[in-house]
Write a protein that binds this ligand. Structure first.
Ligand code: UDP
Length: 238
């Protein structure tokens, strides 16, 4: 069986890297992700990764403390760099060629993002991790993932979440909620389905970049999702 996608952008939220309590970095969780990235890399899939930062800090939640939102978001973006470095370390442990590019400058830690350098690193066969989101406040890493996926010409943006797709109601509350196999960007926007940041939805729609929503669980969900074997919802234009 062949992978369904040649070049993918994998968005993992901060929570997806954390342990059961949803905060910090869980070494076992990171190892499971790294092993799957390794398998896909060996299978010839070109992989870009964006890590969120919500396991450490979310800017929007901190403005109530009186902190300026731009400063709070800088802290959030630095949190994504920490997650990126943890992932990098796990991938390096498996001898996977890997480059981390950050949208905010942290030169002692990782390379600054430039389209030119990232494209070159991709052509050289590296797995790419994009840290720092878009590099600007008032955005999220969903939007950073959509942006970098479009720039890197990824075939799909795969968002790993706690839920295995987009439902017509919250499946954790409503047992009769039904999962969509596919749904359009317009429907997601019109129904305010909270599965991906709205800015990211608009960007993906404009660039005709399909988005997959799937659950990050077990040992194989990322690999299975790339091979089209995982339960998911695909958000697309028509
Ligand atoms: N952030 C930002 N600009 C970006 C991406 C992220 O300012 O382009 C900040 C923002 O404060 C956000 C935090 O980084 O809350 C962590 O990102 P996000 O909330 O998207 O992480 P996730 O929910 O995916 O863990």
């Amino acid at each position: 069986m062949k992978p369904k996608f040649k070049r993918v952008m994998l968005k993992i939220s901060g929570e997806g890297l954390a342990g059961a309590d949803g905060s910090g970095i869980d070494a076992e969780v990171i190892t499971k992700i790294a092993l799957q990235i390794n398998e896909l890399h060996q299978d010839g899939v070109q992989i870009c990764i964006v890590a969120g930062g919500g396991n450490f800090f979310r800017g929007a939640k901190s403005v109530c403390t009186g902190m300026d939102r731009s400063v709070a978001d800088q802290i959030g973006m630095l949190a994504t760099v920490m997650n990126a470095m943890a992932l990098k370390s796990a991938l390096e442990g498996l001898l996977i060629p890997i480059k981390v590019f950050s949208g905010i400058r942290v030169p002692q830690v990782c390379d600054d993002y430039t389209f030119k350098e990232a494209s070159r690193a991709m052509l050289d066969g590296n797995v790419l991790i994009f840290a720092g989101g878009t590099g600007s406040p008032y955005f999220t890493t969903d939007t950073g993932a959509a942006l970098r996926a479009i720039e890197m010409h990824c075939d799909i943006l795969m968002k790993a979440t706690q839920v295995d797709g987009v439902y017509d109601a919250d499946p954790r509350i409503n047992p009769n909620a039904e999962r969509y196999d596919t749904i359009t960007f317009s429907e997601v926007l019109a129904k305010h389905l909270n599965v991906l940041d709205m800015t990211a939805v608009s960007m993906a729609e404009a660039a005709d970049l399909p988005v997959m929503i799937f659950a990050l669980n077990g040992e194989k969900s990322i690999v299975d999702a790339v091979y089209g074997k995982e339960k998911c919802t695909i958000i697309k234009k028509q």
